[in-house]
Design a protein around this ligand. Structure first.
Ligand code: KIV
Length: 274
């Protein structure tokens, strides 16, 4: 049974609504969006949160990692997504090195993202080293979503995208970081690629919602990269991605159909001409 007691008649989703959803046991849905039309379709489908993720570095820009994405590019994408959205909460992702230098720099850059795009909140990766920054941002009115477990901006430190928190020491650290981020004022935390039992423990202990990606079914919400769930990325097949369609195949066959129609003189017809 789909529960939507909190969000049923709402015309705008706020961070407070997201927190109320956890209290009322209503699952939170989040997907990524990087452009106007995707924002518009996600909003029409009544998704609660649209994340303008720095995964755009991979899926839009074709980079190996998320590291090259700049704050200017994030501002551009968040602004165009926001244009298509009236209801969903739009979260802009803080790019690599836009918040790590220090709290003052982070405040300035998060402020730019909020002010220049109209997004409703920011997301940043990391535990204890961002806690003070989170506290400062929340104090001045910038809602922050945390991100723990597999944190793709640290790929060069970890050397792989493997599951995090399998070993007890790392699991304990992720758990402690989650408590710290809650205390610092995060309104929600993304948990990426950790064992389901750790996702369950964090989700049970924390009062703020957890949003999982490869973190099992016990998180308060789920997120996927939209291009993954649409089946557009053929080479990427992690266990946690459910493909709701095979858009890569459909796009390629539509392109081929168009090419053969033009070559055979079947397009345009008189009806498609002036
Ligand atoms: O950048 C992104 O899309 C993300 C999600 C995978 C949570 O951080």
């Amino acid at each position: 049974m789909q529960k939507n007691i909190v969000t049923k008649n709402l015309t705008h989703i706020t961070t407070k609504v997201i927190q109320l959803m956890k209290e009322h046991d209503e699952k939170i849905t989040m997907l990524t969006g990087y452009d106007f039309l995707t924002g518009k379709f996600l909003d029409a489908a009544k998704i609660e949160i649209i994340l303008v993720g720095d995964s755009l570095g991979n899926v839009i820009q074709g980079n190996e990692t998320t590291l090259p994405v700049t704050l200017e590019e994030m501002i551009y994408h968040t602004k165009i997504v926001k244009r298509g959205v009236t209801r969903a909460l739009v979260v802009g992702d803080m790019t690599f090195m836009s918040y790590q230098v220090g709290a003052d720099d982070a405040v300035r850059n998060c402020g730019r993202l909020m002010k220049e795009t109209g997004c409703d909140a920011v997301k940043m990766e990391g535990g204890s080293y961002v806690a003070e920054t989170v506290r400062r941002l929340v104090e001045i009115g910038i809602p922050v979503m945390g991100h723990l477990g597999l944190t793709p901006q640290s790929i060069n430190k970890f050397g792989s995208y493997k599951t995090r928190g399998i070993e007890k020491t790392e699991a304990d650290q992720i758990f402690k970081d989650a408590l710290l981020l809650e205390k610092a004022g995060c309104f929600a935390i993304v948990l990426e690629k950790i064992p389901a039992r750790l996702g369950k423990k964090i989700s049970t202990v924390l009062k703020i919602p957890t949003i999982g990606i490869g973190a099992g079914p016990y998180c308060d919400g789920q997120v996927l990269v939209t291009q993954d769930m649409l089946g557009m990325i053929e080479e990427f097949k992690p266990r946690f991605v459910r493909k709701y369609m095979n858009l890569a195949q459909d796009m390629k066959s539509a392109f081929m159909h168009y090419i053969s129609d033009v070559k055979e003189g079947k397009f345009p017809t008189n009806d498609e001409s002036y």
